[in-house]
Design a protein around this ligand. Structure first.
Ligand code: A2P
Length: 340
């Protein structure tokens, strides 16, 4: 079996550095790693897998024919819009963390616990969903399969790391009394009902990402979904209150067992012991944590969930690396042609 060549685009960023950590933990059959950034950080040395790697500037020739098999991109939408098609045209499969390609009907939008088979439809670019959508659909998929979801109401409590290095700096500086640079208002000691830009319908782009990406990943355009996304002064890990209405009736204990047995989920729900998921405990983990599972007594068949995940790991880097692992398996097994 041949080993692959893997590129990381945006290696110096918040998600890029986490790609390196997750890759160190997982045993991918990689021959060579190539680390890229913009001209700004080119030349930076990053130690990874016990070696020093020099980060190179990404240019149109960086991803030349056959050199790179998979490129993990986390360098923003405009970089991805420019370089992903170039990479794909040279035989490289891009796994992109930006929102640039997510709603393109030709581009699979994948969470490996939910819709791994969509990878088979790729044409050179696979999109990694929005961080808040990833953790939500991991929790919702087993419930949709069993009870058929009719409607979802999302309310999020999102960490500053979702806004990259500058998000973290705004909270750190804000705690020292300094004004924000990234967010439109102070984030320290504050809560901002505003993530990404506002759209014409009054929702933010983040809210509409959750609505549209959930439908695409669960493969169900009939789902009724609404969202309010909120930035809170937490460094890392997003929390979500998710209200779900089902077509079918359910037994609460059976629903909890369904969640506990589903891939990638840890149920942490013991109110007598004050046990429920919290960002401080979930940061650094790859699973999606679910707690506060309780019947919505205002509905015929509905449930409330509290869902917490590390937005930089499962919400970005881990999910992308898991997609790469699935892709490699599909090459190895002959489900996808070419690479072996
Ligand atoms: P650089 O360090 O040179 O700015 P974050 O979202 O945490 O700020 O990280 C963004 C990542 O994307 C960084 O690694 C950044 O590199 C990289 N990046 C930004 N623009 C480009 C570009 N045009 N080409 C390659 N990498 C880029």
């Amino acid at each position: 079996m041949r080993r692959i060549n893997l590129a990381i685009v945006g290696a110096t960023g918040m998600v890029g550095r986490t790609f390196l950590k997750v890759l160190e933990e997982r045993n991918l059959p990689v021959e060579n790693y190539h680390l890229f950034s913009s001209a700004r950080s080119a030349g930076t040395a990053l130690s990874f897998m016990g070696k020093e790697y020099k980060v190179m500037e990404l240019t149109e020739n960086s991803l030349d024919d056959g050199v790179i098999d998979i490129a993990l991109f986390s360098a923003g939408g405009s970089t991805s819009l420019k370089f992903s098609p170039i990479a794909a045209s040279k035989g490289c499969v891009v796994i992109d963390n930006s929102s640039a390609w997510r709603m393109d009907p030709e581009v699979p939008l994948v969470v490996p616990e939910v819709n791994p088979k969509d990878i088979l439809k790729h044409r050179g670019i696979i999109a990694n969903p929005n961080c808040s959508t990833i953790q939500a659909v991991v929790a919702l998929k087993p419930l949709h399969d069993k009870y058929t979801i009719k409607r979802i109401v999302y309310s999020t409590y999102q960490a500053v790391s979702g806004a990259g290095m500058q998000g973290n700096q705004d909270l750190e500086n804000g705690l020292k009394g300094e004004p924000p640079k990234k967010f439109p208002h102070p984030i320290a000691d504050n809560v901002l009902p505003h993530i990404d830009v506002f759209e014409k319908n009054g929702y933010t782009k983040e809210e509409m990402k959750m609505v549209n990406e959930t439908k695409k990943i669960l493969g169900d355009q009939n789902l009724k979904i609404t969202a309010t996304t909120v930035r809170v002064p937490v460094f890392n890990s997003h929390s979500e209150s998710i209200n779900v209405e089902f077509e079918k009736p359910f037994d609460l204990e059976e629903l909890k067992n369904t969640l506990a047995q589903a891939p990638g989920i840890i149920v942490q729900d013991d109110t007598a012991a004050n046990l429920y998921p919290m960002p401080v405990n979930v940061s650094g983990k790859d699973e999606v944590y679910v707690g506060r599972v309780r019947r919505d007594e205002s509905l015929d068949s509905g449930v409330n969930l509290w869902v917490v995940a590390d937005n930089i790991r499962k919400g970005a880097a881990t999910n992308a690396v898991q997609i790469a692992q699935e892709l490699i398996k599909m090459w190895e097994s002959g489900q996808l042609p070419n690479k072996y």
